[in-house]
Ligand binder design. Structure first.
Ligand code: MLT
Length: 267
């Protein structure tokens, strides 16, 4: 489905009915990264491509996006789809956006699934490395970034899954990557607000995630009242692609545990 948000064309996958889950993809991916989750029943899956990723139009050269802007764009998308409240499920960069949504639009969020993500901002070195990435992408395109990131995102034990992840990354536009890198480099520290989150929260992390390791996930889960942490065995950063069976079981358990409290659409 194509939706116009802020005069930009946004591509959104929609499937199923039940608990509305807004799946927010990581960097530099797209809605396609959540394919293994779309078969989960009892869920209305809403899976957008962020601006400049997948099939969504790229941001115009004069646009400057922040993590808060991405959050506002997604709230406008929910308005367009007439969905009052969702479970926000964000992977890595998507998690930064989900944390912004709960901070700035908490009336629209009835549950959180924080996947392979962290609440802390970038260190000085991480920020510097993003700025170097931006220069490299401007100079050489997206190829070198994809080649260096791919082995850190996924275990690569399954050649098809590795190829799927690479194909998704190849759909990201230069502008999409540049804007998202800048937005992540400038993102605020979300840790001070963790203790005031009052919706059911599941924190998921791949056992072999090197980008947002288990220690960060554990700290985040400890600070969010009532949050549950699930570690996905054998999975790297894209835990939902690396071990979809365990990942989907974790989400199913969360949905069953909080049935009646999470938002639900009845058809
Ligand atoms: C992601 O998967 O979205 C990125 O690795 C996040 C980041 O670079 O901080």
């Amino acid at each position: 489905m194509e939706v116009g948000v802020r005069r930009h064309r946004m591509h959104v996958l929609e499937q199923g009915s039940g608990v509305p889950i807004l799946w927010i993809h990581g960097f530099p991916l797209s809605s396609e990264a959540f394919r293994p989750q779309l078969g989960m029943l009892g869920v209305r899956h809403i899976v957008p491509d962020l601006p400049g990723f997948g099939l969504s139009e790229e941001p115009s050269p004069e646009t400057r996006l922040t993590i808060d802007n991405y959050a506002s764009i997604l709230v406008e998308l929910l308005d367009d789809l007439s969905i009052p409240r969702v479970v926000a499920a964000g992977l890595s960069m998507g998690g930064y956006i989900a944390l912004s949504m709960i901070r700035r639009h908490h009336d629209r969020i009835g549950g959180l699934i924080l996947i392979d993500t962290r609440a802390e901002p970038d260190s000085t070195e991480a920020r510097q490395s993003r700025l170097e990435t931006i220069e490299q992408v401007e100079r050489e395109g997206t190829g070198p970034l994809i080649a260096s990131m791919l082995p850190r995102l996924i275990t690569g034990l399954d050649e098809n899954v590795l190829q799927h992840a690479e194909n998704i990354m190849r759909t990201a536009s230069r502008r999409g990557i540049i804007e998202a890198s800048r937005a992540m480099a400038d993102r605020p520290d979300a840790t001070p607000e963790l203790s005031s989150i009052s919706v059911p929260t599941l924190v998921i992390v791949g056992e072999r995630d090197e980008i947002t390791p288990e220690a960060n996930a554990r700290k985040m889960a400890d600070e969010i009242p009532g949050a549950e942490l699930i570690v996905i065995p054998g999975a790297a950063h894209l835990s939902n692609l690396d071990n979809p069976a365990e990942f989907n079981a974790a989400v199913r358990h969360f949905l069953d545990t909080h049935r009646g409290v999470l938002p639900e659409e009845r058809t």
